[in-house]
Design a protein around this ligand. Structure first.
Ligand code: AMP
Length: 275
């Protein structure tokens, strides 16, 4: 695996190769969810570039930028074992030079769900993802369905800018108990991670009720169950294509939730396709 932290060196190498490139963008603290994205990337391209960059632009002042897990040595071992070709781990000045600005109006998708609790998050995410696209110019980029709102926003951005990049979704990778893997799960102790698994259970229970009960009843019941374990941020049942409200349960539906357990924010979702 080659490791670059300078844009110019990375670009020189990539352009000398003339091969198809896929990008897996991460903030490090790698887990099996990230590795599953790398596997998908390998199946779809000749060179897999993984980036590790903890993007300050997506953290609000009260969030965990300073204590976000940084484990570069163990990340490098995991990346090598997964067959990654290139790690790009730039510092902040390399990514955002002093005149760099990016202003993309996301619109509706940045007014719902996670945007309410984290109003600057997706403008920070689009800023870094666009910058990485600009630097790496991948043919393919893989994003996890765990961050479903983020995935749709990135797909929309690619469409709006007519970028020649294919976005591939990767399914949610879970612990044995159903808890969606996340770097921030490191903040949970053993007992808390058992409790956290209830989020997925409650999403699954709600999914079974769709088409059997009114949507309001399903949401009400689920919130009642969630309240036993968590502080609820949101629990919604929406159209999975556009994240709009739906009462039509014959097409694509997604149940999404964000909750807090102690100070740790957990998100998860369950997508249902009626084909
Ligand atoms: P992060 O390092 O948390 O910014 O995540 C980097 C990428 O990994 C994003 O595309 C995430 O959606 C994806 N990802 C994170 N957790 C999971 C998971 N449990 N399963 C699948 N993909 C994930």
């Amino acid at each position: 695996m080659l490791i670059f932290n300078k844009i110019i060196k990375l670009q020189q190498y990539l352009s000398s190769q003339n091969k198809t490139i896929s990008l897996v963008a991460t903030m490090g603290g790698l887990h099996s969810g990230h590795i599953s994205l790398i596997k998908t990337a390998k199946q779809n391209s000749q060179i897999v570039v993984v980036t590790i960059f903890i993007n300050p632009a997506q953290f609000a002042k009260n969030e965990d930028f300073d204590k976000y897990p940084r484990n570069i040595d163990s990340d490098i071992i995991k990346l090598k074992n997964a067959g990654t070709n290139i790690l790009f781990s730039p510092n902040i000045n390399e990514i955002y030079h002093k005149n760099y600005s990016f202003d993309y109006k996301i619109g509706y998708l940045d007014t719902i769900l996670c945007s309410k609790d984290r109003p600057i998050f997706f403008s920070g995410v689009t800023k870094i993802v666009y910058r990485l696209f600009e630097i790496i110019q991948p043919n393919i980029a893989i994003f996890g369905e765990k961050d479903y709102q983020q995935l749709l926003i990135i797909k929309q951005m690619v469409q709006d800018f007519n970028l020649p990049i294919k976005i591939i979704n990767a399914p949610i990778y879970r612990e044995k108990n159903g808890l969606a893997q996340s770097t921030r799960n490191q903040y949970l102790n053993k007992k808390q991670s058992q409790i956290a698994a209830n989020l997925n259970k409650i999403l699954n229970n709600a999914a079974i009720q769709i088409n059997k009960q009114k949507i309001e009843c399903i949401i009400k019941q689920a919130k009642k169950q969630l309240e036993q374990f968590f502080i609820i941020d949101y629990f919604e049942i929406l159209n999975s294509k556009n994240l709009c409200k739906t009462n039509n349960f014959t097409t694509e539906v997604i149940i999404l939730s964000a909750v807090k357990l102690s100070k740790v924010r957990l998100i998860d979702n369950k997508r249902i396709n009626y084909v």
